[in-house]
Design a binder for this molecule. Structure first.
Ligand SMILES: NC(=O)c1ccc[n+]([C@@H]2O[C@H](COP(=O)([O-])OP(=O)(O)OC[C@H]3O[C@@H](n4cnc5c(N)ncnc54)[C@H](O)[C@@H]3O)[C@@H](O)[C@H]2O)c1
Length: 394
């Protein structure tokens, strides 16, 4: 079965998704559904044509409504900034297309709920691209928790640290504008940590939070340019940053565990330091995306003279996503021939294809997106009011 994809947005995520569509059949030969890179959509004809050539798409469109109206498209991939996720997802669902949407799902909780209602009513398959769930070492942590290997869970500790805004002259981009991004690092990076926490630990009951905008004015780019690496013109006019640069949060989980979250674009030296540590009655696990093939594991039941964290290379065919079905050997490469960032997207697209073949929405889907959005919104309220806030249920 072929799944014809129409993708909108073709920069950072557009490239990561294109690569995944192109590679998935090579590494997941067992899939019943295969993506076809049919149409790429963008607002600028010249740029979208160049992107189609570079990223391997058959055709282009410069209007999203025209893309959605085509009857040769099965799946709409939304790789655009946050303000258009839900409007595009609703149009796609109403046209009967499956939807694969980037995170965060929406600008706020009310909008996320609208999106969920639309995809449920349309009965299409929907999924959100929280790709870090599908790093094999992260999925291994999930298996270990579900198997009771960590025992009763007491603590969740997450950091998602970057430093690309350290330079106060770094120009304004859509990620620094509330009307486009919804929030700053909260909805950008902490959203990933929240998704992982909800998956690995379960629901969050209440949160406390604070946020700061460290650099409040930044040079405007001469033209709106969402491309990476663009620079502000000399003596450019300044614009106001109206989103958070750094955020911290405390959480109480429904299972009684305590959690902390930290996310920033100002952690000098930290480039994509997406970490979590979980402490349970029988042991701990720790993951850091910058060493993404590894899961650190401490077994509290080891003999005292051999206790200590061990490093599991999650690259064996027995590890999640790493083996072909029925003991068929490595899916990617032999053990310890490591994989990288792009494989998290290939694994995600593989599960999306399985979902489309089965008519089921893989996790995380829009329901999970609403849950993440509820925690984000509670964080914003907690920071505003400087008090603990109960997280709304979906
Ligand atoms: N899953 C992840 O790890 C991850 C990583 C980065 C970004 N993201 C998410 O992916 C989305 C895109 O981020 P990015 O880093 O690729 O952004 P980007 O700025 O690199 O690319 C955005 C693309 O969308 C296009 N675009 C912008 N506004 C549009 C509109 N109104 N209509 C049509 N096209 C439009 C731009 O021309 C560009 O091609 C965001 O929602 C972001 O939060 C997710």
């Amino acid at each position: 079965m072929e799944v014809s994809v129409g993708m909108v947005g073709y920069n950072f995520m557009g490239k990561a998704h294109s690569n995944a569509y192109r590679q998935v059949g090579m590494f997941f030969p067992e899939l019943a559904a295969r993506p076809v890179q049919k149409v790429i959509c963008g607002r600028n004809e010249e740029r979208v044509t160049a992107a189609a050539q570079q990223l391997g798409w058959e055709e282009t469109e410069t209007d999203f409504d025209r893309l959605v109206a085509r009857d040769d498209i099965d799946l709409i991939d939304i790789s655009t900034p946050n303000n258009v996720h839900i409007p595009m997802a609703i149009k796609a669902a109403q046209a009967g297309k499956h939807v694969f949407c980037e995170k965060p799902l929406a600008m706020n909780l009310a909008e996320a709920r609208e999106g969920l209602a639309a995809v449920e009513q349309a009965g299409i398959v929907h999924m959100i691209c929280h790709n870090y769930r599908r790093a094999p070492a992260v999925s291994l942590a999930k298996q270990m928790i579900d198997d009771g290997i960590l025992g009763t869970i007491y603590h969740w500790r997450a950091q998602y640290l970057q430093d690309w805004l350290l330079d106060p002259q770094a120009p304004m981009r859509w990620r620094m504008r509330k009307e486009v991004a919804g929030s700053g690092v909260l909805g950008d990076l902490m959203a990933h940590s929240i998704d992982l926490a909800l998956w690995l630990m379960g629901d969050i009951d209440q949160v406390a939070c604070d946020m700061e905008t460290f650099v409040k004015q930044r040079p405007l780019l001469e033209k709106v340019d969402t491309g990476l690496g663009a620079e502000a013109a000399e003596g450019a006019e300044m614009g106001t940053v109206d989103v958070d640069d750094g955020a911290i949060a405390l959480a109480r989980f429904a299972n009684g565990a305590l959690g902390t979250f930290e996310a920033t674009r100002f952690a000098a030296g930290r480039k994509n330091y997406n970490c979590f540590e979980i402490n349970g009655s029988r042991g701990s696990v720790r993951f850091n995306l910058e060493r993404m093939n590894e899961l650190e594991y401490y077994n509290a039941e080891d003999p005292a003279d051999r206790m200590g964290f061990q490093v599991i290379q999650a690259t064996d065919p027995g590890h999640p996503f790493m083996g072909l079905p029925e003991g068929g050997g490595p899916r990617y490469w032999p053990p310890a021939h490591i994989i990288g960032y792009e494989h998290t997207f290939i694994n995600t697209v593989a599960d999306l294809m399985r979902g489309i073949a089965a008519g089921e929405s893989p996790r995380p889907n829009f329901e999970d997106g609403v849950k993440v959005q509820a925690v984000l919104e509670a964080c914003e309220q907690a920071a505003d009011r400087q008090e603990w806030i109960k997280v709304e249920s979906i």
